[in-house]
Ligand binder design. Structure first.
Ligand code: ZN
Length: 57
């Protein structure tokens, strides 16, 4: 996997960090609270699912 080394990436939807937006928690960046909740609810899951889009335009 190749992710930017300088910016954090939302582990749920793969969106790249945008300054002034989102939430930083658990050492991760989330584009919104929805992704944060998914992360907290499914931390044990390794797989990244791309079903639908929570936030992408
Ligand atoms: Zn997201």
């Amino acid at each position: 996997m190749v992710f930017g080394l300088f910016k954090k990436t939302d582990p749920i939807c793969g969106m790249k960090e945008e300054k002034g937006k989102g939430i930083t928690k658990h050492g991760q960046w989330f584009c919104n609270e929805s992704c944060l909740r998914k992360y907290e609810a499914g931390e044990e899951k390794d797989e990244k699912k791309h079903e639908g889009s929570c936030c992408c335009h």
